[in-house]
Design a binder for this molecule. Structure first.
Ligand SMILES: Nc1nc2c(c(=O)[nH]1)N[C@H]1C(S)=C(S)[C@@H](COP(=O)(O)OP(=O)(O)OC[C@H]3O[C@@H](n4cnc5c(=O)[nH]c(N)nc54)[C@H](O)[C@@H]3O)O[C@H]1N2
Ligand SMILES: Nc1nc2c(c(=O)[nH]1)N[C@H]1C(S)=C(S)[C@@H](COP(=O)(O)OP(=O)(O)OC[C@H]3O[C@@H](n4cnc5c(=O)[nH]c(N)nc54)[C@H](O)[C@@H]3O)O[C@H]1N2
Ligand SMILES: [Mo]
Length: 681
C-alpha cells in the first residue's frame, strides 16, 4: 500500500481477507504497520465504491446525485466524451505510487497517456520524489540512489523518517547501527530514528540548503573532501567558466559565505554540532545519504537538492561500496512508452517553457497549471480529465482556480476506492479494486541489492466489492473505447504481463508458482559512475545559478513561527481516515508546538488552535513537543471537513513554488497561531 512494499502474508477464509501479517522470509517482510494490519477493514468498508456512478446534479452541489450505471454504459459514455474532447484537451491524473498501490497500474496508465497522445498528467512528483529521483541528475546524471546500508560507516538521514514511512528501509538502518554505523539525522522533529541517532541536527524548517553549504565550507576548509575521487569523477579541477580558477576553488569561495556562525543563526543548529558532524563525516567513511519529503517540499527545493548533492559529491562516497548506489534492477520490457511521445507533443505540456528541466519534461504537470488552463483556455483548452485515484483538493496546495476549473470541466472521470472531496467533482466515478483484490507485479524492492533483484507477482486474494475492477483493467477498457487496443495487446492483460517479464528470465508461470517471488536472473546493471558536474552548465544555460545560491526566505513580523508537516503511521496523506481502528489512533488533526511557541501563545496541550498563514486559517488540536526545533509547528495534513477548515494545504500558497521544478512551499511556512474553539464534532 506504500513505497515500503512490505512482504506480508494474507489469510483468507471463506473468500474473506481476515488477517495480514509480516512475512519474515521476504526481503521487505521483517515488519508491517497498522495500515496493513487493518487492510481487512479497507476491503469490506461499507463506503467502498461498488458501481460506476454518473453525476445527475450540478458541479459544486455537495450532493452529486450519483446514479449507478453499468460498465458498458460507463465505458461507452467515457469513450464518446473523451473522443469529443480529443487527446490534447484531455488531461490525466494519477495518485502517488509511493503512497498507494497504484504502482500496479502506473506504467499502463502512462502508456495510455502516451499512446493516445495527451501532453499532460497531474502527478504528485513535484512535491514528492522529483528532488530525490531527478534533481540530483543536475549534478551527476542520476538519482540519489540507495544507501548501501550493509557496508556504510555513516548514514545521513536528511529530511526522511522511514520509521513512519518505510519500515523496510528503517529496519536496514537499525541493522547498520547495530553493526556499528553512525547515524546523523537532519530533521526539525526528533522522531523515529532521530531518537536513536548519534547526532540530531534540528534544522529550522526550510533551511537545509544553508546547512549543506555550511558543511561544504567546513569540509573544504577543515578536511574531509575526497580530492582523488573528485579528480577522477568530476569537473572540480576543470577551469571554472566564470573565473580564473578551478571549479573547486570557485566552490570554496562560494561556500565561504556560509561560515559556522552564519549557518548556526540561520538553521538553528549549533556551531558545535556542525563541527561534530563535519568531523564524523570526514572520519567515518563511506558515507551514505537518504533524503526525501523533508527537503523536497520547499520553495527552493532544486537549490536545496543541489546543495545536498554537492556536499555528498565531496565525500567521495557516491557510487562506491558503502555509499549511495544504484542497485541493479530486474530487466523488463518497458511499456510506459515515454519514447513514443513526439517532441511536438511534449512542447504542449503545461509548464514546459517555464520549467524545461522540471517535471513537465516528462509530461507531469501541477494542478495549478491545469486549473488555470481549464479556466483561461490558454494556451489551449482542456475539457476533460481522467484521474486514477488522487485527492488533489486535499493533497495539493490551494490555488485560486480550483473550483472554477473543476466546475468548468466538460467531463471528469475518476477511478477511486472512495468518494473524496476531489471525486465529488467527477462526472463519472469508477469503482477501483484495491491491491488486495487485483493482481500486481513488483519488480524490485529497493532497499538493498538482493531486495532490488526480487520480483513478485501478487495474485488477487479476494473478490473486489460489487463491480469494482483494477485500474489496469480500466486502462485496457479505455484503450478499447478509444480505438487503441492494438497497442494494448488486443485487450489481453496476460499477454501484456508476459511481454513485460520476457527479458527478466522469469516467466509468469514461475512467478505464479512461487508466490513469495523470485530473484531475477537478468538484471540491468548501471555502469560507470557518470561525471559529476559541481558547476551546472544545464542550470547556467537557463539563466539559473551554476553553483547553488540559497536566499533565506522573508520572515514577516506578523508571522513569527515556521509551520511544517510530515507523515504519521496510521495514514497515507488523505487516505485511511475511514478506517475505524486507524481513526481511533489519530482521531483528529494535531499540531505539535515547540515549547517556545506554546509559551509565547499560552497554549496548553489539548487546546484547539487556529494557525494563520498569509493565505488563510486552519484548525488543529495542539500538543507540545520538546523534540522540535525552536519556533516550529509540525502539523498533520490530509484532513478535510465540510464545515471547518482542517486541511493544512488550504493555507499553503499554490503560487509559491520552486522555479526549476514547481515544487510547492509546504514546509517552513511563516505563520502565527491563536487559541480558538473548534466547532463541535
Ligand atoms: N502538506 C503536505 N501536503 C502533502 C504532503 C506533505 O508531506 N505535506 N505530501 C505530498 C506527497 S509526498 C504526495 S505523494 C501527495 C499525495 O497526493 P495524492 O496522490 O493525492 O494522495 P492521497 O491524498 O493519499 O490520495 C490518494 C487517493 O487515491 C485513492 N487510491 C488509493 N489507491 C488507489 C488505487 O490503487 N487505485 C485508485 N484508482 N485509487 C486509489 C485513495 O482512495 C485516495 O483517495 O501529497 C502531497 N501533499
Ligand atoms: N505512514 C505513511 N507512510 C508513507 C506515506 C504516508 O503518507 N504515510 N507516504 C509515502 C510517500 S508518497 C512518501 S513521498 C514517503 C515520504 O517519506 P518521508 O520523506 O519519510 O516523509 P515525511 O514524513 O513527509 O518527511 C520526512 C521528514 O521531514 C521532516 N521535515 C519537515 N520539514 C523539514 C525541513 O524543512 N527540513 C528537513 N530536513 N526535514 C523536514 C519531517 O519532520 C519528517 O520527519 O512516505 C511514503 N510512506
Ligand atoms: Mo510522496
Amino acid at each position: 500500500m506504500c513505497i515500503s512494499r512490505c512482504g506480508c502474508l494474507a489469510t483468507v477464509e471463506d473468500g474473506k481477507l481476515v488477517r495480514v501479517s509480516a512475512d519474515h522470509d521476504h526481503p521487505t517482510g521483517r515488519a508491517i504497520c497498522v495500515k496493513a494490519k487493518t487492510a481487512p477493514q479497507l476491503v469490506t468498508h461499507p463506503d467502498r465504491l461498488t458501481r460506476p456512478l454518473l453525476r445527475t446534479r450540478p458541479k459544486g452541489d455537495p450532493d452529486p446525485g450519483w446514479r449507478p450505471i453499468d460498465w458498458n454504459e460507463a465505458l461507452s459514455l467515457a469513450g464518446e466524451r473523451l473522443r469529443a474532447a480529443g487527446p490534447e484537451s484531455t488531461a490525466f491524473a494519477v495518485t502517488t505510487p509511493s503512497g498507494t498501490a497504484v504502482a500496479d497500474s502506473f506504467d499502463w496508465i502512462l502508456r495510455l497517456v502516451h499512446i493516445w497522445g495527451s501532453p499532460n498528467l497531474v502527478f504528485a512528483t513535484e512535491n514528492c520524489n522529483w528532488h530525490r529521483d531527478f534533481s540530483p541528475s543536475l549534478t551527476w546524471g542520476r538519482s540519489f540512489g540507495m544507501p548501501d546500508y550493509a557496508r556504510t560507516k555513516t548514514i545521513l538521514l536528511w529530511g526522511s523518517n522511514p520509521a513512519a514511512t518505510w519500515l523496510a528501509h528503517a529496519e536496514r538502518i537499525r541493522a547498520a547501527q547495530r553493526r556499528g554505523a553512525n547515524l546523523i539525522v537532519v530533521d526539525p522533529r526528533r522522531s523515529g530514528l532521530a531518537s536513536h541517532a548519534d547526532i540530531w541536527l534540528a534544522v529550522k524548517p526550510g533551511s537545509d540548503a544553508a546547512l549543506a553549504l555550511g558543511l561544504i565550507h567546513l569540509m573544504l576548509t577543515k578536511g574531509g573532501v575526497d580530492l582523488d575521487f573528485l579528480r577522477l569523477h568530476s569537473d572540480a579541477f576543470s577551469p571554472c567558466p566564470d573565473g580564473e580558477c578551478s571549479v573547486l576553488e570557485r566552490l570554496t569561495e562560494h561556500a565561504a559565505q556560509w561560515p559556522p556562525g552564519r549557518v548556526a543563526s540561520v538553521t538553528g543548529v549549533s556551531e558545535e554540532l556542525l563541527y561534530r558532524t563535519a568531523t564524523m563525516i570526514a572520519e567515518a567513511k563511506p558515507v551514505s545519504l537518504y533524503t526525501w519529503a523533508g527537503t523536497c517540499q520547499q520553495q527552493q527545493a532544486t537549490v536545496t537538492a543541489r546543495c545536498i548533492s554537492l556536499f555528498y559529491a565531496l565525500t567521495g562516497s557516491l557510487g562506491q561500496p558503502g555509499g549511495n548506489r544504484w542497485f541493479a534492477k530486474p530487466r523488463l520490457n518497458d511499456i510506459a512508452a515515454f519514447d513514443q511521445v513526439a517532441p511536438h507533443l511534449r512542447d504542449r505540456t503545461l509548464g514546459i517553457k517555464e520549467r524545461p528541466l522540471g517535471p513537465p519534461s516528462r509530461g507531469w504537470i501541477t494542478t495549478r497549471d491545469l486549473f488555470r488552463t481549464i479556466v483561461s483556455e490558454q494556451p489551449y483548452p482542456i475539457r476533460a480529465l481522467v484521474a486514477f485515484g488522487g485527492n488533489f483538493i486535499v493533497s495539493k496546495p490551494a490555488t485560486q482556480y480550483a473550483e472554477a476549473a473543476l466546475a468548468k470541466l466538460d467531463f471528469f472521470i475518476q477511478s477511486e476506492l472512495f468518494e473524496t472531496p476531489s471525486a465529488r467533482w467527477a462526472d463519472l466515478l469508477l469503482p477501483a479494486a484495491s491491491c488486495w483484490e487485483r493482481q500486481g507485479l513488483q519488480a524490485g524492492f529497493f532497499v538493498d541489492e538482493a531486495a532490488e533483484a526480487h520480483v513478485q507477482l501478487r495474485r488477487a486474494l479476494v473478490r473486489p466489492p460489487g463491480d469494482a475492477r483494477s485500474d489496469t483493467a480500466i486502462v485496457f477498457d479505455l484503450a478499447r473505447v478509444l480505438g487503441l487496443s492494438e497497442d494494448f495487446f488486443n485487450g489481453d492483460q496476460e499477454a501484456g504481463l508476459a511481454h513485460i517479464l520476457a527479458p527478466s528470465g522469469l516467466s509468469v508461470e514461475a512467478l505464479r508458482s512461487h508466490e513469495r517471488g523470485l530473484t531475477a536472473t537478468n538484471l540491468d546493471v548501471k555502469g560507470q559512475l557518470p561525471v559529476i558536474t559541481l558547476w551546472s552548465k544545464a542550470l547556467a544555460r537557463l539563466g539559473e545559478d551554476a553553483l547553488p545560491i540559497w536566499e533565506p526566505p522573508a520572515s514577516p513580523p506578523e508571522f513569527p513561527f515556521l509551520l511544517t508537516s510530515g507523515k504519521t503511521v496510521p495514514y497515507c496523506h488523505s487516505q485511511f481516515h475511514q478506517i475505524e481502528t486507524l481513526r481511533k489512533l489519530e482521531p483528529e488533526p494535531v499540531a505539535e508546538l515547540a515549547p517556545d511557541v506554546a509559551a509565547a501563545r499560552k497554549v496548553r496541550p489539548g487546546d484547539t488552535i487556529v494557525i494563520r498563514t498569509a493565505v488563510g486559517e486552519v484548525y488543529f488540536r495542539a500538543t507540545i513537543n520538546s523534540g522540535l526545533s525552536a519556533g516550529t509547528i509540525w502539523a498533520h495534513y490530509g484532513w478535510w471537513r465540510a464545515d471547518q477548515n482542517i486541511n493544512y494545504n488550504a493555507v499553503m500558497d499554490g503560487e509559491c513554488f520552486d522555479v526549476v521544478s514547481g515544487s510547492n512551499a509546504l514546509r517552513g511556512i511563516a505563520c502565527d497561531l491563536t487559541k480558538r474553539e473548534l466547532l463541535a464534532t
